[in-house]
Design a protein around this ligand. Structure first.
Ligand SMILES: Cc1cc2nc3c(=O)[nH]c(=O)nc-3n(C[C@H](O)[C@H](O)[C@H](O)COP(=O)(O)OP(=O)(O)OC[C@H]3O[C@@H](n4cnc5c(N)ncnc54)[C@H](O)[C@@H]3O)c2cc1C
Length: 382
């Protein structure tokens, strides 16, 4: 179990120190990086403004195989073999070639943290100058710095791109107590002109929300309306901005992973497995440096190339995200019905999973370290 040191009030003592690896952000991406450094000789420090697992950042839906691949099954709440999609004119029920599951955020973060060995401090990260990261508790210096802080990309060089100008979607959900059997999606302009609504049951609670691809469109009213129509309470709100475009995975000597690098998939806004995937990749590069098999500059180049090699599927998904809201609702409904065949769904969802496949988790260290730069295959996307 990592040492946790939440500091409040008088206990919020100054933090001024050096370490070998500084990981900023203790959610999916940051904890995946830390996992890959377990058992190394490095002094690894993870900082977050909250305790590990304290603030849920999503509806917590993920391909089930990712939970198994990372031995995170203790967090699993409910599993779905089908995806139910509602439009204004039809409802389709897609049998998936692999299952999707909801999980408990706090448990998953705890399980993932347990797989790492690091020191943890609660601190709010403000900015960076060179190899020094400035927090509300003081400055931390490290030769290897990871920004896993989410969409704000706090440690990036230059001005931070903010909504509504940045390529960001926005999402808001409520978490009423309740139950359900299906994982449901609404592609219906009655809720949001470009985007979708969802209902993800999670063993005792349901996560109901709306996401808009257009950051100027407010999602509170449609989220509340969807919840009301489903007979659910509007309680325990959770929302955030969601990037929908890849950004450079390294910049000015810093490694970016998860939402800070735009690793969330456009169209579906699925960003958990990609945060884990790219976090593992980043961690493996850092591990090679610590073990003396690589140098920092080399690791930066290779991780940057690895992330950029995924540009094609991200571009395709962004195109689909922009196209679908343009399709006439009746045509969209007919198209969704036409896609109900098992053969098509196996093909489409198979390709979709390939973008960040759980087999990568099992590849333990071999996936990047030791491979020549450029040898990392980009996933296919037909
Ligand atoms: C409403 C909603 C529902 C979603 N549902 C799903 C879903 O079901 N499945 C899915 O795959 N994706 C979902 N997503 C997307 C997913 O949540 C993100 O892509 C994912 O959380 C990215 O992980 P991350 O580790 O990069 O960043 P985050 O999970 O955002 O973690 C960032 C961490 O950095 C910390 N932090 C931020 N700023 C600072 C600071 N200045 N100082 C210190 N610490 C800081 C935060 O406390 C947090 O722990 C959803 C998003 C939203 C908004």
């Amino acid at each position: 179990m990592p040492k946790r040191a939440t500091k409040r009030g008088d206990e919020r003592t100054p933090l001024d120190r050096d370490c070998d690896v500084l990981i900023c952000g203790a959610s999916f991406a940051g904890l995946a990086v830390a996992r890959e450094l377990a058992g190394s000789s490095a002094d690894v420090l993870v900082v977050d403004r909250y305790e590990v697992g304290e603030r849920q950042t999503s509806a917590c839906g993920i391909p089930t195989a990712w939970l198994h691949a990372l031995a995170l099954h203790g967090s699993l709440q409910q599993t779905f073999a089908e995806l139910v999609i509602h439009t204004a004119h039809t409802t389709v029920r897609y049998g998936l070639p692999w299952t999707f599951s909801t999980f408990d955020y706090r448990t998953l973060c705890g399980e993932l943290a347990d797989q790492g060995s690091f020191r943890f401090e609660t601190a709010t990260v403000d900015r960076r100058t060179g190899d020094t990261v400035h927090t509300d508790r003081g400055s931390i210096r490290a030769p290897l710095i990871v920004d896993a802080l989410g969409w704000r990309r706090v440690l990036g060089a230059g001005a931070n791109v903010q909504p509504p100008d940045a390529l960001l979607s926005r999402g808001l959900e409520v978490h009423p107590f309740g139950s359900g059997r299906d994982m449901e999606i609404w592609i219906d302009r009655g809720y949001v002109p470009a985007g979708y609504g969802w209902s993800f049951p999670a063993a005792g609670e349901v996560r109901i929300g709306v996401g808009s691809f257009d950051p100027r469109f407010h999602v509170r009213e449609p989220t509340e309306r969807l919840a009301r129509e489903l007979g659910a309470e509007r309680v325990r709100y959770q929302g955030n901005w969601i990037p929908h475009a890849l950004r450079p995975a390294t910049e000015d000597g810093v490694f970016f992973t998860g939402d800070s690098a735009g690793h969330c998939l456009p169209l579906t806004a699925e960003g958990i497995r990609t945060a884990l995937y790219f976090g593992l990749a980043c961690g493996r590069e850092l591990r090679a440096v610590i073990d003396g098999r690589s140098r920092r500059e080399h690791a930066l180049t290779r991780y940057h190339a690895f992330s950029a090699a995924h540009a094609r599927p991200f571009r395709w998904m962004l195109r689909a995200q922009r196209l679908i809201p343009q399709v006439a609702p009746r045509l969209l409904s007919a198209s969704l019905r036409a896609m109900e065949s098992k053969r098509f769904l196996d093909w489409a969802f198979g390709h979709y999973l390939e973008i960040a496949h759980p087999r990568f988790a099992a590849a333990a260290g071999a996936a990047l370290a030791g491979l020549p730069a450029g040898a990392v295959a980009a996933p296919a996307m037909a």
